[in-house]
Design a protein around this ligand. Structure first.
Ligand code: HEC
Ligand code: HEC
Length: 450
């Protein structure tokens, strides 16, 4: 009993109070409580444990709030802030109201809102159709993944964070407004529409050797929950059948123990973090990947030297260690009770590990292979378009935990299968598994339970 109380106290303290200067004062009692709660705790590990907690917290701050100097791109170059502010607030055009921002899939962190703002939203006193209220939310640092820089009253730049695409909220306050869920894929976020709102896309058009209307057409083709991380490397915007080449935003949780990352197995978590922060978010840092010198596969990256980035003032590299540690601590959230048929899921586990042979690749409890976890397109019965946009030309065995959190937008890298049932039908046919309707249902329930 005492142990349970101590664990709860330790957890609550860690969750709600481990912040800024409080961290130093509070971590010690937390570690002491945690220590007392564990029978095996050896106090000689205290220093290392304390350091680990500090690193995790620093990584969380980076994941949520670091813009890596990306204001130079989103602000100075694309002038996105002007479109957000609108003409009435010193920008251009109609501006982006809080309502419009929520419709674009942006999320609001309720914990960043002072009581009077919460009350104003609740009572309708805060006009959600007025872009100046979006500026107020930005000033409060309440828009998840988007940070505004202000000169006096004027929004002078915006920068973006990892949390923009890899966090959402629990909608506890209102749709789109709630407590942060770090690491969850934001499948509502329309990244293409947000970028397309920027008034100056000339530099993007020049990079892609095309014109601005074409860039806008490409951005409009992505739709919610998708982004094309390879577009600025290879300029391929559409699949051969005309569908968008963008991929779904995957979760950033549940990755500890997983070797290769991204849909197409680009490399480790920290490799991808460095690539994204430099080449996608357009932060200021250092990035080395000579595989991008392949001018056939990556014509744009090779031409621009994207595999050899050196910023004068590196705002990314010093943050990579803590960011990496934090990400690996993000476990996949358990499926809520009642969200799946538990007895069918139980039977589905046997189908997954037996007749359906799923576990030959999706090895529990990682649900990907320990080792080189990638396969050719032919092995999973799909085309190789997206695989060939990556250095190894493979698809990474998707770790399946937390599938229930990202059912919007479909499954597989481009969402080609609208439901889990459709994924199962694909394997059933392609691998000639001979699963009957009951087995397919059980398998589906098992996938929903992971
Ligand atoms: C604009 C949206 C966006 C932003 C911002 C973003 N990501 Fe991603 N992230 C994606 C997409 C899309 C993919 C899939 C890319 C692919 O497979 O080609 C991805 C993939 C990943 C993966 C691989 C996940 C897996 O299943 O292996 C990790 C890890 C990751 N991102 C971490 C980060 C971190 C850390 C940041 C901040 C430095 C970040 N991302 C910023 C959209 C984003
Ligand atoms: C040969 C290895 C292999 C086998 C066998 C296999 N998978 Fe997969 N699975 C993959 C790969 C690779 C991907 C990623 C596909 C992509 O990125 O488009 C994947 C993706 C998935 C996804 C989509 C995940 C997401 O986030 O969208 C699901 C669900 C899935 N597999 C379930 C299963 C089930 C159920 C079985 C058994 C019937 C199975 N897999 C058998 C390799 C395999």
């Amino acid at each position: 009993m005492l142990r349970t109380v101590l664990v709860v106290v330790a957890e609550a303290t860690r969750k709600y109070l481990l912040n800024g200067w409080l961290a130093a004062a509070l971590t010690i009692p937390i570690v002491v409580c945690t220590a007392a709660a564990s029978d095996q705790y050896d106090p000689r590990n205290f220093r290392v444990d304390l350091q680990a907690l500090r690193t995790i917290d620093a990584g969380r701050q980076t994941f949520r709030f670091a813009t890596f100097g990306s204001e130079a791109f989103w602000g100075d170059e694309l002038q996105l802030h002007q479109a957000i502010a609108g003409a009435k607030n010193g920008g251009i055009g109609p501006g982006v109201s809080p309502q419009a921002a929520l419709q674009l899939g942006l999320k609001v962190d309720v914990d960043a809102l002072p009581p009077q703002v919460k009350k104003a939203i609740r009572t309708g006193a805060l006009d959600l159709t007025d872009p100046s209220n979006t500026l107020q939310l930005l000033r409060l640092n309440a828009v998840i993944g988007l940070t505004g820089t202000f000169s006096g009253d004027r929004l002078s730049a915006v920068g973006i964070q990892c949390a923009l695409c890899h966090s959402t909220t629990d909608n506890s306050f209102a749709p789109g407004i709630g407590h942060r869920l770090d690491g969850w894929a934001n499948r509502d976020l329309n990244v293409g529409a947000i970028i397309a709102a920027a008034p100056r896309l000339e530099s993007v058009a020049a990079l892609l050797s095309t014109d601005v209307p074409t860039v806008r057409k490409v951005l409009a083709s992505w739709g919610p929950g998708k982004f094309d991380a390879e577009l600025f490397l290879d300029g391929r915007a559409f699949q051969p059948d005309g569908r968008s080449a963008a991929t779904l935003i995957p979760p950033a949780f549940g990755l500890a123990g997983v070797n290769l990352h991204t849909w197409t197995a680009w490399g480790s978590v920290t490799h991808w973090n460095a690539l994204v922060a430099n080449l996608e978010m357009h932060g200021k840092g250092t990035f080395f990947d000579p595989r991008l010198d392949d001018a056939v596969k990556f014509p744009i990256a090779a031409r621009e030297g994207f595999g050899h980035i050196h910023a004068d003032e590196d705002q990314i590299t010093p943050l990579l260690p803590e960011l990496h540690v934090f990400q690996l601590t993000l476990n996949s959230p358990s499926a809520p009770r009642g969200s799946f048929d538990a007895s069918a899921a139980q039977a589905g586990r046997a189908v997954f590990n037996g007749k359906a042979r799923c576990s030959s690749c999706h090895v529990p409890p990682l649900f990907t292979e320990p080792g080189y976890n990638a396969h050719s397109a032919a092995e999973i019965g799909i085309d190789d378009f997206q695989a060939m946009r990556s250095p190894d030309g493979k698809y990474r065995t998707a770790p399946l935990r937390g599938l229930w959190t990202h059912q919007k937008g479909g499954f597989y890298h481009d969402g080609r299968f609208p439901t889990l049932a459709a994924v199962i039908n694909h394997y059933n046919e392609f691998m000639s598994l001979g699963l009957n309707a009951a087995e397919r249902y059980q398998l589906e329930m098992y996938l929903k339970s992971l």
